[in-house]
Design a protein around this ligand. Structure first.
Ligand code: ZN
Length: 342
C-alpha cells in the first residue's frame, strides 16, 4: 500500500486564525504532515509523489470563479493598499438573500472564504492543488487495481464546497477522488470519520445519488461547523436519502463510536458502491486539541479494521488531526488496523 504525499504542502503555513475572538497561528501546521508521513512509513506504507493530473479533476468539483480566485487572489491582494500578507475575509453575503458576484477582490474574498480558518498565503494555492493531486493519484491507483491507498493530503479538504473554502480547507480532496472513481464505478461512497462534519462534501453531493455521503462527527449543537451535520439533513431532489449524518454526543468513547460506525457501514453495504473514499480525520481522539470526542489510539485500529472488512477498493484521504504526541501513533494504529483486516 502506498502513501501519496507532496512536499508542496510545506509552503502553506497560515499564520492567522481566529478562535473566540483572538488571533492565533493556525492549528493546521506543516509539521502535521511530517509526523503523518513518518507514521505511515512506520506502518509499512511505500512513499510515492503524485503526478500532475492537470486542472480536470478539480474542475469537475469546483466552480471556475472559485478556482480562478484561489489561483490569483494572493497576488491581486498584494496590490491593495496596506494589505496583509494573507488574504482573509471581512464581509460575507447573507444566506438566502439576493446578491451579485462582486467585482472587488475584498468582496470575492468574503464570498469564497467562508470563515477565519482559511487564510490564503503566497503558496496556499500550490499546496492545495498538489494536495488534490495526491487524492487523484490515490484514486487512479484503485482504478488500476490496487486494493487500497493512503493520500496524505495537506491542506485537508472536507469542509470545502464547490465555491467556498472554510475550516482549513480549499479543494475538496475526497470529493475529487470520488469523482475520479466514478469513471469506473456507478456508485461511490464517502465515509467521513473526522470529528467535524464533512459539510463541504455534503454540499458538493447534496443533490446526487451516485455518491453516498456518510459522516460521523461531534454533534453540531456543540461542535463546529455548527450550521450543518444534523441527522435531518438527508439530501435533496435526486440526492434525497443519499446523505447520512450521525452526530455524536460530546465525549463519545470507543464502544459507542464503534456501534455508530457499524450503523454507517450497514448503510454503505446496502448502497453497494464499487469503491469507498474514507475522509480520515484523527481528531476524534481523546487528546486531540479539539477535545470533542474521546477515542483511544487503539480504537482507530478497530474502526479501520471494520472499514476494511467491507472488502471495497478503498482510498484513505487525510483530513484533520492536530499536533499532539498522539497524532503519529493514531495514524499508525489506523493503518495497521486497516492492513490487518484488508
Ligand atoms: Zn476535523
Amino acid at each position: 500500500m502506498h502513501v501519496i504525499h507532496s512536499p508542496h504542502h510545506r509552503g502553506h503555513d497560515p499564520q492567522q486564525f481566529i478562535v473566540r475572538g483572538r488571533f492565533q497561528r493556525s492549528n493546521e501546521q506543516p509539521e502535521r504532515a511530517d509526523r503523518l508521513l513518518q507514521a505511515a512509513q512506520a506502518a509499512g506504507l511505500q512513499p510515492l509523489e503524485p503526478e500532475d493530473f492537470g486542472p480536470g479533476p478539480r474542475a469537475a468539483i469546483h466552480t471556475p470563479e472559485y478556482l480562478h480566485f484561489l489561483a490569483t487572489a494572493w497576488e491581486r491582494w498584494q496590490a491593495l493598499p496596506q494589505a496583509s500578507d494573507e488574504v482573509l475575509p471581512n464581509v460575507h453575503p447573507f444566506p438566502g438573500q439576493p446578491f451579485t458576484y462582486p467585482d472587488s477582490l475584498v468582496g470575492q474574498a468574503g464570498y469564497h472564504l467562508g470563515d477565519m480558518a482559511c487564510a490564503l498565503g503566497r503558496h496556499t494555492w500550490q499546496a492545495a492543488l498538489w494536495s488534490a493531486h495526491c487524492a487523484t493519484h490515490g484514486a487512479r491507483l484503485l482504478l488500476q487495481g490496487e486494493r487500497a491507498a493512503y493520500a496524505l493530503c495537506r491542506p485537508p479538504g472536507h469542509h470545502a464546497y464547490a465555491d467556498r473554502a472554510n475550516g482549513f480547507t480549499y479543494l475538496n480532496n475526497a470529493a475529487i477522488a470520488a469523482q475520479v472513481l466514478r469513471e469506473r464505478h456507478a456508485r461511490v461512497a464517502i465515509l467521513d470519520i473526522d470529528v467535524h462534519h464533512g459539510n463541504g462534501t455534503q454540499g458538493v453531493f447534496w443533490r446526487r445519488r451516485d455518491v453516498l455521503t456518510v459522516s460521523l462527527h461531534g454533534d453540531p449543537h456543540f461542535c463546529t461547523p455548527f450550521f450543518t451535520g444534523h441527522a435531518h439533513e438527508r439530501g435533496e431532489g435526486d440526492g434525497l436519502g443519499f446523505n447520512l449524518n450521525i452526530p455524536l454526543a460530546r465525549g463519545t468513547g470507543d464502544a459507542a463510536y464503534r456501534q455508530a460506525l457499524a450503523g454507517a457501514l450497514q448503510q454503505i453495504r446496502h448502497y453497494a458502491p464499487g469503491a469507498l473514499v474514507v475522509a480520515l480525520g484523527l481528531d476524534a481522539h481523546e487528546r486531540d486539541p479539539y477535545q470533542a470526542l474521546a477515542l483511544s489510539t487503539a480504537a482507530f485500529a478497530d474502526l479501520l479494521g471494520d472499514i476494511a472488512r467491507l472488502g471495497l477498493p478503498t482510498l484513505l484521504v487525510q483530513e484533520g488531526g492536530y499536533l499532539s504526541d498522539d497524532l503519529g501513533p493514531n495514524l499508525r494504529s489506523a493503518l495497521r488496523g486497516f492492513l490487518a483486516a484488508a
